[in-house]
Design a protein around this ligand. Structure first.
Ligand SMILES: [Fe+2]
Length: 277
């Protein structure tokens, strides 16, 4: 039974850049901030060594499938148009609608550039704008919430189209543009969902549905972290002006703000994108 490892391609990887680190496993999140049974990376973070770089990182011509996390510079044209509108200066979600109303014409132009770009990396037509999200920096380890006023959900698996868990590998992936003025982070476990199901099965843990209900992504996440508490979470820096493309329906993941002072601003689109541009 083989485990499929999810690898990373980073367009700009400078020797002095500390872009990738691994956690010392995972732990339960504090329920003051987190939903019950939520898991977060366990500190300390360790910068990865040269050998690990080789295991984790792909070169451009090694990218073969969609189960790759890609980190790229946002095309200049898009970045400049976002700045012209003032997207990078947003400080909360409520400012988006008035700003877009005020800058209607620039917005049309911006949308066109985004659409052209997404079209150029799409391998299927279907795509959906998930949203432009502006939030204050969060000092916890992860950022995603079930809804704006709920607690944090911790490391999780998305489910864009309510697929059965065994077909999450065929789900859309997502692209997330970092339009904020600071770096942000993507956290993920480098195993596809099917690999996780295989690892659990090898331990004699078979996840079955009860009363005909579908197996939930949360069940898989919880079982994995309870049974593999030392498995590291990978932290990748997504610098300001960069984007990531990731199969977030097929990996356990979350975003993170570590050290952020300014608002986090990201545009997220779901689709079937190749993880290189
Ligand atoms: Fe997510």
């Amino acid at each position: 039974m083989s485990s499929k490892r999810v690898k990373i391609y980073v367009e700009e990887l400078l020797a002095e850049d500390k872009r990738i680190a691994v956690s010392a496993g995972t732990m339960l999140g504090n329920t003051t901030y987190y939903c019950e049974n939520s898991f977060i990376p366990k500190e300390p973070w360790t910068e990865i060594s040269n050998g690990e770089y080789k295991r984790l990182l792909l070169t451009r011509d090694q990218i073969k499938d969609r189960d790759t996390v890609g980190v790229f510079k946002i095309p200049n044209d898009i970045l400049n148009k976002a700045k012209q509108i003032g997207i990078d200066k947003l400080s909360n979600q409520n400012q988006i609608a008035p700003l877009f109303l005020k800058e209607k014409e620039l917005l049309v132009d911006f949308n066109e550039s985004i659409n052209d770009f997404l079209h150029s990396i799409a391998i299927r037509k279907w795509r959906k704008l998930h949203g432009l999200f502006v939030s204050s920096p969060i000092s916890e380890q992860t950022v995603a919430k079930v809804s704006t006023d709920s607690k944090l959900m911790g490391l999780h698996i998305d489910n864009t189209l309510s697929f059965e868990v065994t077909s999450l590998g065929r789900s859309p992936n997502r692209i997330c543009f970092n339009f904020g003025e600071e770096d942000r982070y993507l956290l993920f476990v480098d195993l596809t969902i099917n690999s996780i199901l295989n690892l659990l099965e090898a331990k004699g843990i078979r996840i079955t549905s009860k009363n005909g209900q579908r197996i939930s992504e949360a069940q898989i996440t919880e079982l994995f972290f309870r049974n593999f508490p030392d498995y590291p979470v990978i932290k990748v820096k997504v610098k300001k002006g960069e984007l990531y493309i990731a199969p977030t329906d097929n990996i356990i993941h979350d975003g993170a703000h570590y050290g952020k002072q300014k608002p986090d601003i990201c545009l997220v689109v779901l689709g079937y994108f190749r993880p290189f541009i």
